[in-house]
Design a protein around this ligand. Structure first.
Ligand SMILES: NC(=O)c1ccc[n+]([C@@H]2O[C@H](COP(=O)([O-])OP(=O)(O)OC[C@H]3O[C@@H](n4cnc5c(N)ncnc54)[C@H](OP(=O)(O)O)[C@@H]3O)[C@@H](O)[C@H]2O)c1
Length: 263
């Protein structure tokens, strides 16, 4: 029988790639649908597929293109018929690669591009994939099946602590902060709408910590060594949170250590 099915959106590198590795390594016989905008250029992902024959499907999906998302949802419906977990991992800091330090750096196009990828994309993913999540409910963790069956699938949007309005004491990074604050609002809204459905879908935002990936690389020199996580560590933490989710925990944002992140 088919094991749990996870779709990792934004899986060519960084945390998305690590989520794929984690599920394939730890959760036999789980299968992974890895989406990325350039499968031909995603060498690590291809190697991962070769190492796990029959368990990794790679689909082309640029999260800014609704047509790609619609097409991928039809392919998943046809091949798998359900989803147990979606992780929306793709994001950018800013098209320039640098967060704005002041208003001087703000450009309309920079903000629009960042929001299109980081916020609109995950919401449109939810629009097309929610029906498949409603058919899911398989667990990726060690929970007994009766506990795991309290809800259907899980939708996890990868957010960032800097998207917390309550936590913002520093300013800057207008586009990225706004994109993640708005993503958190999308998570909350989704948890309400999909929490009314039968069966209910659990929707959460997850902050991975500061992680040693390309996204924040140019800022790592300012981060103390013990505060800069490997993607393995971060994904282990986030998957432990996902394993213990239930419907009461839906509609919230969580830090990598499981504590709640203030809006
Ligand atoms: N790293 C950190 O310190 C940190 C901290 C807090 C939150 N986060 C969040 O964690 C998540 C993962 O980030 P990361 O650190 O793994 O970043 P990363 O290494 O820079 O990877 C970003 C990923 O997003 C993909 N992507 C960008 N635009 C896309 C698009 N239009 N369509 C499809 N995929 C697209 C990239 O694909 P390509 O290879 O095609 O460019 C890449 O796979 C993000 O949501 C980020 O905001 C990261």
């Amino acid at each position: 029988m088919l094991g749990p099915v996870a779709l990792i959106q934004g899986s060519s590198r960084g945390l998305g790639l690590q989520f794929c590795k984690h599920v394939l390594k730890n959760k036999t016989p789980a299968v992974v649908i890895a989406t990325c905008r350039d499968p031909d250029g995603a060498a690590e992902l291809r190697n991962l597929g070769a190492a796990h024959p029959g368990r990794l499907t790679v689909l082309r999906l640029d999260v800014t293109r609704e047509e790609d998302i619609r097409r991928a949802s039809e392919q998943v419906k046809e091949s798998f018929g359900r989803l147990d977990l979606i992780i929306n991992a793709a994001a950018m800091l800013h098209p320039s690669g640098k967060g704005e330090t002041s208003l001087r750096d703000v450009s309309a196009q920079g903000i629009i591009s960042t929001l299109t990828t980081n916020t609109v994309g995950p919401l449109v993913m939810a629009k097309y994939f929610a029906p498949l999540l409603q058919k899911g409910g398989g667990s990726f963790g060690q929970q007994p099946p009766e506990k795991a069956k309290q809800h259907s699938g899980v939708l996890a949007n990868i957010t960032a602590k800097v998207g917390s309005i309550g936590d913002n004491g520093l300013g800057g990074w207008y586009s990225y902060r706004m994109s993640k604050a708005a993503l958190n609002m999308a998570t909350r809204n989704l948890s309400i709408e999909l929490g009314r459905s039968r069966p209910k879908v659990v929707c959460v935002s997850l902050h991975p910590g500061t992680v040693n990936t390309d996204l924040s690389r140019q800022y790592h020199k300012n981060v103390p060594k013990d505060k800069l996580f490997s993607s393995e560590h971060s994904v282990n933490c986030l998957m432990s949170i996902i394993d213990t989710l239930n419907i009461e925990k839906s509609g919230k944002a969580y830090n990598w250590d499981g504590t709640e992140l203030p809006w």
